[in-house]
Design a protein around this ligand. Structure first.
Ligand SMILES: [Zn+2]
Ligand SMILES: [Zn+2]
Length: 205
């Protein structure tokens, strides 16, 4: 599996293209992006899914555009599905980043699988930052959304956030093999082991 990172929108949200064997998934298209589209075309990738790690506007604002361009189905955890069409929940109104309301084609749950090429990633339900936050796990990597960042964790003071649930999710992620490479929703990649060492939120679990 290969991973390409694009930094989109005013919130520097990471949009990842994960790809293998001519197929790709686009994770968190936080804006329309010709750059991402050109990459998909240049690599001759067929997009098989658009996946939102959670429903905040900075991760979903490009959904409608990417769906139009790639015809790929949109997937989000069932508990965050209401965020897709509610600018109060997805914070679009508050931060003035409008996400065209678009319903999901596939509602994800814990244990679901995302397959592209010969790769399969597992959906981990990691609530807390939002009720339906997910991480994608497999092949030695974790796409962690806004649950876990390099030296930080997601905020738990938004509508629908739950501090206890977030720390439960982080305890779960802390059990993953330390060499697991982490690709967060903002900022640079890291590993579980590195975060256990020097992320104050993880070392205090
Ligand atoms: Zn968020
Ligand atoms: Zn975010």
């Amino acid at each position: 599996m290969q991973i390409e990172r694009f930094v989109l929108n005013a919130f520097s949200t990471n949009c990842y293209v994960l790809y293998d064997g001519g197929e790709a998934v686009v994770v968190d298209p936080g804006a329309e992006s010709e750059k991402v589209l050109e990459f998909l075309e240049r690599q001759q990738l067929r997009t098989v899914a658009i996946i939102n790690t959670h429903g905040h506007c900075d991760h979903i604002a490009g959904n409608a555009w990417f769906k139009e361009q790639t015809k790929a189905p949109l997937a989000i955890h069932v508990a965050d599905a209401p965020y897709l069409t509610d600018p109060l929940l997805n914070l679009g109104q508050q931060v003035r980043l409008e996400a065209a309301p678009l319903e999901a084609d596939r509602l994800l749950q814990e244990g679901d699988e995302i397959t592209f090429g010969s790769c399969t990633l597992q959906v981990l339900h990691t609530p807390g930052h939002t009720p339906g936050g997910i991480c994608l796990y497999g092949h030695g990597i974790l796409v962690s959304g806004d649950t876990l960042f390099r030296q930080s964790v997601g905020r738990w003071d938004f509508p629908g956030s739950d501090e206890q649930a977030l720390f439960g999710s982080l305890r779960r992620l802390a059990q993953l093999p330390p060499e697991t490479k982490v690709y967060p929703g903002h900022g640079f990649s890291t590993t579980i082991g590195r975060e256990l060492e020097d992320n104050p939120f993880l070392s205090s679990l």
